[in-house]
Design a binder for this molecule. Sequence first.
Ligand SMILES: [Zn+2]
Length: 526
Amino acid sequence: MRRWISGLLLVSFSGAAMAAGEDRGKLWWGHVQVLASDAYEGRGTGKPGYDRAADYVIGQFRALGLQPAGTDGYKQPIAFVEQVILPQDSSARLIGPQGETPLATPGDIIFSGGGGPAPERVSAPLVFAGYGLHLPEAGHDDFAGLDLKGKIVVVVSGGPATISGALKSHARSERAPWLAKQGALGLIQLVTPGQVEIPWERRMALASQPALFYRDAALRDTVRPFLNAQIDPARSALLFAGSGHDFAAISAAADRSAPVPGFPLVQRLDATVAARRSDLSSPNLIAVMPGTDPALKSQYVVLSAHLDGYGVGTPIKGDAIYNGALDNASGVASLLEIARALRDGKVKPRRSILFAIVTAEEKGLLGSRYFAQRPTVPQKRIVADLNFDMALPIFPLTSVTPIGYDQSSLGRVAAAVSADMSLPIVPDPFPDRNVFIRSDQYSFIRAGVPALFFKYGFRAGTPEAEVEKAWRANIYHSPRDDANQPVMPDQSVKLNDYVAAVTLRVANAPERPEWNRDSFFRRFAK
Ligand SMILES: [Zn+2]
């Protein structure tokens, strides 16, 4: 007899009630093909293509027998302000003892429109703050001793190797709100040439996309106007002219994770930022599969994935639709297929499973943050978040990287499933990429909820790492992320089964998941 729940799971996911693996792959890929087709116009937040995609998802929720759990049926509408930066009508120059240096807009400097309203004009001294990490609890504070009030703060990406990737990521995500509270007027983020992940040309194209912030000012990062900017790595040396420091040396240090001290710069930035603003609304989609246990069903395991994409943008090779197939129609498809697997499986979830297909992730995790702060079920009853975003089924799944597995008891659940399914856990090979704050699970973490974010495992320096790197360089956030790329649906079925097994174990365990004693993120636990 199979007495182990895990044994039952493996049986149930391959049992007669379930379609064969190949067919299940086709079902998953079918959702991706629909949602990533040109008819959905890249599912830009607030755009008609997103709303059509939402209708498709709601149709699937209904067909799966999931119950509505939004504020308006399956929907949880969110009010946003769209802010489009107009670089052609903006201007920027550096003013220092040696004179003025114009910065091309567009070209040398990119203003971003997220977080809150951009200032119409700002003229302020610059101060360089090294890695820009405020982590006094880790004995590290790049801002210590620097005068930030009334300044525009310049930081370089990276950080000391002795601080965990999760902690550094957290500090970066809290940085702009924290600086605004200190009276800083803006933040310029530099990357070293060695850190470049997306080429500058593509960054500029992406910056022409509309940004969003909440119409409700209480939810915004920065309430007063705050400048958010990036500078072309090839032009970043200009900021340091006359300071006695040079960007090449700073870059070399940052690339080695060596100490990068801060100092006041001798120039000021004088900028005008032209922007167009308008109101829009876009919904999260929330559905529930009620738990079977009379007591535990009032608790919720959230499965999340973002539905929004980059919409229609700057054409690349004549294609203006950023279809978002792997980022993240694939994740939405996984949630739908996990719902099917849980519905058809022999072991039923005792806690309720909440499917949160969220909006505005690409605009700064706004849909999930809204949900995590204003959930449609009691916040304290959300026990975990398991997130899918760009799992990249472009090489065989031989191991799994559940980002955050070293932070909570969810990591032990994942390890047990890994042992069952012979899919070992491998650590994130590139912790400095910030993936821990780059997707929706982070919104739940900030609200105190233990979370995992599932990635195909691979190690640095392997052929898989090359495939992944090439995908990020050439396809990520471009019109080429469509349904005409080689993808392995059968491998997606494997990861879906893995996450379904994690979901069931979490849903059926007597105790709810807990942050590890030594986890930094435990502080947010409610
Ligand atoms: Zn994504």
